[in-house]
Design a protein around this ligand. Sequence first.
Ligand SMILES: Nc1ncnc2c1ncn2[C@@H]1O[C@H](COP(=O)(O)OP(=O)(O)O)[C@@H](O)[C@H]1O
Ligand SMILES: O=C(CO)[C@H](O)[C@H](O)COP(=O)(O)O
Length: 560
Amino acid sequence: MSNKYAIGVDYGTQSGRAVLVDLSNGHELADHVTPYRHHVMDEELPSGVKLEHDWALQHPQDYMEVLEQSIPAVLKATGISAEDVISVGIDFTACTVLPVDANGTPLCLLEPFANNPHAWVKLWKHHAAQPEADQINEIAAARNEKWLKRYGGKISSEWMLAKLWQVLNEAPDIYEEADKFVEAADWVVGIMTGNIVRNSCTAGYKSNWHKQDGYPSEEFLSALDPRLEKLTSTKLRGEVLPLGSKAGELTEEMAAKIGLKPGTAIAVGNIDAHAAVPAVGAVTPGKLVMAMGTSICHLLLGEEEREVEGMCGVVEDGIIPGYYGYEAGQSAVGDIFEWFVEECVPAYAYREAEAAGENIHVYLTRRANELKPGQSGLLALDWWNGNRSVLVDTNLTGTMLGMTLLTKPWEMYRALLEATAFGSRKIVEAFHSNGVTVEELYACGGLPQKNKLLMQIYADVMNREIKIAASRQTPALGAAMFGAVAAGAEKGGYDNIVEAAQKMARIREETFKPIPENVAVYNKLYAEYNQLHDYFGRGDNEVMKRLKAIKEKAAECCAP
Ligand SMILES: Nc1ncnc2c1ncn2[C@@H]1O[C@H](COP(=O)(O)OP(=O)(O)O)[C@@H](O)[C@H]1O
Ligand SMILES: O=C(CO)[C@H](O)[C@H](O)COP(=O)(O)O
């Protein structure tokens, strides 16, 4: 049999990318990135309709463009024949959800609904369903719902149930009109195969679906709101298939658009961070993978189901079949650095960066690297987009302490890098101390490729060595591996993901090792971080929430 290939498509927050992978050794022969034309819509719709606070939407057309531009581009760059591409696997941010009609057409693309924000794709970081999430948590806890423990005792406003209830509360017509609500991962797969099926990974982590028990009961849903009683048999209906399953085959119509052969195997979708786990070879317990980009997801396998405060979820077979897959995360990491460079850096720093031929991140990192740990005198809490673990509260906000008239922008930048590392340590400690052992750390995603100082800080703050993925596109590589499993060994793929990982996963030789004198200083700073974390995050001082309420009130009375 001639060499066979798969294409992995990774849908991130700001762009989508395709990677063409050699299935014999995991080598990535070409990649191509398609930025989303409409970016993240957090202020207005394309028509100019304004959005409220905490909204984050996307345009489904942008997802199509990724398939139509990036897949032909990797075929062209490599000259590989479509005949030899046996499968496509995709991964996506989640819960990124859209309402569709009976044909699978997104409601936002239909003229009567285009001006209703609820008809659009709600991106994972849409946080406007926090009131619904709060009620879900209260009612589930009062009813002692057994599934709640699998989600660290609280579900997030980022997830399916909170988002759908928000639609029902604020736009009942859109809720009624929707034939189904689907994860964008499943929608894109459905576009390729002509048939929408759901995947067990997004269903498990984001829709509270369980392999044996299914979704939360109708009694529970009806206790939330009688109109939700039949939610799972109506708007969320559909087969849930395990990871690595074949969702279907590429249709003639899509094959013509993206340059592959009709009949190519298409794997069920996956979550972006979760797909990265086999791509670094972490197919056994004890290896915590940090998928570091706009946000961080922390993924870990365990032999048994345990309760861990604030984890996003534990799902049997959720990452690798045969294990319990644990997820936790921070809802903003790269996003905080981006906010800082866009909103807080003075013109002189931009001029100096330009004169040095550096982008602003590189410049600030170089200047920050001249400082020793603790030298800035600053300490920050990393809650610019709320806290996803361990407090699970999107109403928490960021803060920085210790500024003086002499504080420099690179000191603040370093304090933000450090804050995100402290947040990650909190998560690692929560797993480790609850019996889900963390023995090794792996990092993948855009950030480890972009910022060595950041990775050294993480190694120092956590006092652990960090191994780095060799791939620049780890989730896409993982998605291609699941694609290879969906095609099967007979077609030149693999029978299971562990075999695929043995042949295709790669990590770099270079690792980041903790530097003992830095570790000592960071232990002290982490103790301070912990105190601040609990003071502002566990109810001692609810000033962040009071400020938010005052801000919302002020916005209401000033609205035109
Ligand atoms: N040199 C850098 N150091 C730290 N962060 C950076 C640097 N360059 C870009 N970033 C941040 O990286 C993030 C994008 O990460 P990436 O992994 O590429 O994207 P995604 O999360 O969409 O997959 C942005 O939020 C940006 O602020
Ligand atoms: O919650 C998620 C996965 O569970 C989101 O998909 C993820 O955090 C977004 O990923 P990225 O930072 O790579 O854009």
